[in-house]
Ligand binder design. Structure first.
Ligand code: ADP
Ligand code: ZN
Ligand code: ZN
Length: 678
């Protein structure tokens, strides 16, 4: 038996890099999870290797936990740390089941023998015997007495805490509709793909991608392998989950951030033990402890929620590729609006038509130049004429900002260099970055004037300008699912909201989609602005006309000739993507390079910029330092690298960040690194 366990204690500290040696508890293996004493605290720790001796004095782990990581995830930890400039410990913290949770079990009572004649039993005991077998429930003590007399047997059985977000149930036994010719062709190519191959399923909205996933999953299960299905935020994509559960029943485990720790633990254990063989979930499900994965599906692969915003800033799509390679699984990324990266790199399968054979919606671009308000009269009329519509405006609140009409003073956040947004219903102006709130001012803080102008229109204000009943869905609404259900059940009305309204919902009777301000996403200072705009318009188009009527989409813009809009209106993703790729190649943007973004932040005036300058100087070819707006009271400055060689660049960045962070006066500076920022 090995004497030494090398472990990686789970801590967020960057400077403490394992592995560390501990004595090896009996039964521990690579992947085992321990509780170890570390720096005066007890920490969870993952065993990453075993050996026979150590030159250090060894401490004893306090406990060996029943859950263990599969070997491929143990290897994934250091890889993830390297890819995203993080640490193995932070990577493992994404993979482990929640701490301090145990399996929930219940006592089941079954009868062992009939009472002998004349055996003395109370009425209560006789009554209990008559109801067996059953869950012990409140009668544990009484049943224990019967157990002592050998009449009853009590067994502990584990009980699954069912996730409340998805119905849990038996498979319906239905095998789904016969495939269309396009679906059958895509499925055939998918099943013929070689192990580790990556495919792009480009299917227009309503082309039946999900049915292809379901059939492929069935084949993979039949071949004794498992399936991982990644979807954008779960609350917004209940349909795909319920279709998997309906088809495959209890072999489906659902993992996402809204589960309670107990539910998450149970789903994790069901996957680890092999009891569940399909895992469906949002971003973090990419770390599901499945073994022998045969198929990984990334649905709506263009969705930005696949990127994690905290350290490690991993991209679940990239991790999925690595896991597919490790397992020899086929990876399928599906979308109506794939990313330029995927279009470039993956072999394409296509579903060019809607299942129902309806034509794609008609998309009209309306020139907003010279229009009086935020809605063009033609848009307003179209809303009046449609029973059900979806209206997209990517701005919450009533107005973007307030300014004094006399002296020009504008209300800004004291912590961040951004204007405060008016929320009329709550009587406040608030910062959308840090949450700072103030009461709506009655007079100017500078000159005392009472003449205050409100600029721009957000969803709260637009709601009052729309004809008919409005269902507002934005960050201000607490329960997105409830708003969506209410809209779905309504006979008529308008679903108004920020970009969440364009995501994969399937409402059969929406006739019209409106993008109120297409320039807002187009003008966004990011090389992906065009791609995002194209995707937004196309996805919104996909939400309308799913019933019997042909749908219609109106896009309002001050730049009606922008290629992203014109090509989206023509439903021409291939041309858009080819042009986009040519542009990116010329400018050396991804996929023709790897971007790395380093942000320095400090409350000390000048400190962030100084650190960023030093980083820029240390990294040849890097761009910056560029000041960012102050956030939460901290000045920020960024440096960007366009790298040919991702690994060399990540190493160089790690080294430079390490040096700069140690420099004099750097205590106040937080440095974060984002590889492939979105
Ligand atoms: P996508 O994910 O590509 O937008 P879906 O998979 O949601 O499309 O399919 C759209 C609709 O068509 C769904 O209601 C689905 O049940 C139905 N559908 C899919 N494939 C078929 C088929 N072969 N025959 C009949 N209906 C189908
Ligand atoms: Zn003023
Ligand atoms: Zn703020």
């Amino acid at each position: 038996m090995p004497k030494v366990a090398q472990v990686e204690p789970i801590t967020t500290a960057r400077v403490l890099r394992g592995p560390f040696d501990y004595s090896c508890p009996e039964g521990a293996e690579v992947g085992s999870v321990l509780i170890v004493p570390f720096g005066g605290r007890d920490l969870l720790a993952v065993v990453t290797a075993l050996k026979d001796s150590s030159e250090h004095e060894l401490s004893e782990p306090k406990q060996l936990l029943p859950a263990s990581l599969p070997l491929d995830l143990v290897a994934l930890g250091p890889w993830l740390a390297d890819e995203y400039c993080s640490t193995p410990a932070r990577a493992y913290s994404l993979m482990l089941p929640p701490r301090g949770v145990k399996e929930r079990s219940a006592l089941y009572a079954s009868q062992l023998r009939e009472p002998d004649e004349g055996e003395r039993l109370t009425d209560n005991q006789r009554q209990l015997l008559g109801t067996l077998p059953r869950l012990a429930g409140a009668d544990v003590a009484a049943l224990r007495r019967l157990e002592k007399r050998g009449l009853v047997q009590l067994d502990e059985q584990s009980q699954r805490r069912a996730p409340r977000h998805a119905e849990v149930g038996k498979a319906s036994g239905k095998s789904g509709p016969p495939l269309t010719a396009d679906q059958a062709a895509a499925l055939e190519q998918l099943l013929a793909a070689s192990p580790g191959e990556q495919l792009l399923l480009h299917g227009v909205t309503g082309s039946g991608k999900t049915e292809v996933y379901l059939r492929a999953a069935a084949e993979v299960l039949a071949a004794s392998r498992t399936v991982l299905v990644l979807v954008p935020e779960i609350a917004l994509t209940p349909q795909i989950i319920s279709r998997f559960i309906e088809r495959f029943g209890e072999t489906v485990a659902v993992i996402h951030s809204k589960l309670t720790p107990g539910e998450r633990f149970d789903e994790w254990m069901r996957l680890r033990s092999g009891e569940a063989r399909i895992c469906i979930g949002a971003r973090s499900a990419v770390f599901a402890p499945l073994s022998e994965i045969g198929l990984i599906i990334v649905d709506e692969e263009h969705d930005s929620s696949y990127k994690n915003e905290g350290d490690p800033r991993y991209d679940a799509r990239h991790v999925a590729e690595r896991r597919a390679a490790d397992h020899g699984a086929v990876l399928v990324a599906g979308s109506a609006t794939p990313r330029a990266e995927s279009w470039h790199r993956l072999r394409r399968l296509s579903l060019p038509n809607r299942v129902d054979q309806l034509p794609l919606p008609e998309v009209e671009i309306i020139d907003l130049r010279g229009a009086p308000g935020s809605l063009h009269p033609a848009t307003f009329q179209a809303l009046v004429d449609s029973r059900k519509s979806i209206v997209l405006l990517n701005r919450r609140g009533w107005s973007n900002y307030l300014s004094c009409s006399s002296c020009g003073y504008a209300w800004e956040c004291p912590q961040c260099d951004v204007t405060l947004v008016l929320h009329r219903a709550s009587g406040s102006i608030s910062c959308h970055h840090c949450g700072h709130r103030e009461r709506v001012p009655e007079r100017c803080a500078e000159c005392g004037s009472v003449s205050i102008a409100r600029h721009g229109t957000g969803t709260e204000r637009l709601e009052t300008e729309l004809p008919g009943k409005v269902f507002r869905l934005d960050g201000d609404a607490t329960d997105a699912g409830a708003v969506l259900r209410a809209f779905e059940q309504a006979d008529q009305g308008i679903l108004l909201g920020t970009q969440v309204v364009a995501k994969g919902h399937d409402f059969p009777d929406v006739e019209l989609g409106v993008v109120v301000d297409a320039d807002q996403t187009l003008r966004f200072p990011d090389f992906r602005a065009e791609e995002r705009t194209f995707s937004l318009v196309t996805q919104l188009a996909g939400r309308s006309g799913r019933g019997s009527e042909r749908g219609r989409v109106i896009v309002q813009s001050l730049t009606p000739d922008a290629p992203a809009l014109v090509l989206a209106a023509a439903h021409d993703a291939p041309t858009f993507l080819e042009e986009e790729l040519a542009r990116r190649e010329a400018l050396r943007y991804p996929p023709f390079s790897t971007l790395i973004r380093i942000v320095c932040a400090s409350p000390q005036p000048g400190a962030a910029d100084e650190a960023a300058s030093e980083l820029q100087a240390a990294l040849p070819g890097s761009l910056g330092p560029a000041p960012l707006f102050r956030l939460r009271g901290r000045e920020r400055s960024q440096v960007v690298i366009k790298a040919e060689d991702r690994h060399a660049a990540v190493e160089a960045v790690n080294a430079a960040v390490g040096r700069v962070a140690k420099g004099a006066g750097r205590k106040s500076v937080a440095i974060s690194v984002d590889v492939e920022p979105q």
